[in-house]
Design a protein around this ligand. Structure first.
Ligand code: ZN
Ligand code: FE
Length: 257
């Protein structure tokens, strides 16, 4: 993907519906992996390009994000949340919300985005314009609340929403078609949503990934980013409800959909 920085992004499909990401700096030769759902497709993507991992960034402790870390880590620096160190593979660098680290020569901000789990982090590379959000903000969706509260996840959504609009949202799963059916059930008269759904249908029909997406599109179409939108509240019949209550309502409705 073209951008002003020296790094390129590779999306690696893993397991049945996970995504891992490689960030490579052609000048330094460094390569970072964000999440390691399984070994084989990641090892293949590296071998095809002649790349070696310098860093592995972990977003959260679920097995479909860390299962391949131990086998892939040789020589790489493994980075994850200090808050989750007890349930992650051994970390070479334990990070927390607000930390700034350098990965593949890119300034990288660590953001706590708890909700799906407590301790889930996202990694934002402002120079390259990438945000690795895994199971927090997803394409047209957000992660299920396994550990956190609606208030925590809504807070995380607001933090991610505040990133620059052209940020490329690299989320953890190909759930977009199902997310789209749910979003359409809530907001069928949203023209941005309807045109996005046409694009999603076309992509999936030809086997293409719908991840990454842009924050600009998410802000206009993702119901989990719109819990404070007065028009959206009216559509939901919740004009006087608090933002958190609207978010909780949408999340619960998705779980039952
Ligand atoms: Zn997860
Ligand atoms: Fe996951």
């Amino acid at each position: 993907m073209a951008n002003a920085s020296a790094v390129e992004l590779v999306v690696v499909p893993c397991l049945s519906d996970n995504y891992a990401f490689l960030v490579h700096n052609g000048e330094t030769g460094q390569t970072a992996l964000i999440d390691a759902p399984e070994v084989a497709p990641i090892a293949l993507a590296l071998a095809e390009r002649g790349w070696t991992l310098s860093d592995i960034l972990i977003t959260h402790h679920h097995d479909d994000h860390i299962g391949g870390v131990d086998e892939l880590r040789a020589g790489a620096r493994v980075i994850g949340a200090k808050a989750d160190a007890h349930r992650l593979p051994p970390l070479d660098l334990a990070v927390a919300d607000g930390d700034t680290i350098t990965v593949c020569g890119e300034t990288t901000h660590v953001m706590d985005v708890s909700g799906h789990t407590v301790g889930h982090v996202a990694y934002h590379m402002p120079g390259a314009g990438y945000a690795f959000t895994a199971d927090s903000l997803m394409a047209l969706g957000c992660g299920r609340l396994f550990e956190g509260t609606p208030a925590q996840m809504w807070h995380s959504m607001q933090k991610l929403r505040a990133l620059p609009e052209n940020t490329i949202i690299c989320s953890g799963h190909e759930y977009t078609a199902a997310n789209a059916r749910f979003a359409a059930s809530l907001d069928p008269d949203n023209p941005d949503l309807m045109s996005r759904i046409e694009g999603i249908k076309t992509a999936r029909a030809s086997g293409h990934a719908t991840v990454p997406s842009t924050l600009r599109d998410e802000k206009r179409t993702n119901p989990f980013l719109r819990a404070d939108d007065p028009e959206f509240k009216i559509i939901l019949g919740m004009a006087d409800a608090s933002d958190v209550d609207v978010f909780a309502h949408v999340r619960t409705a998705k779980d039952k959909f």
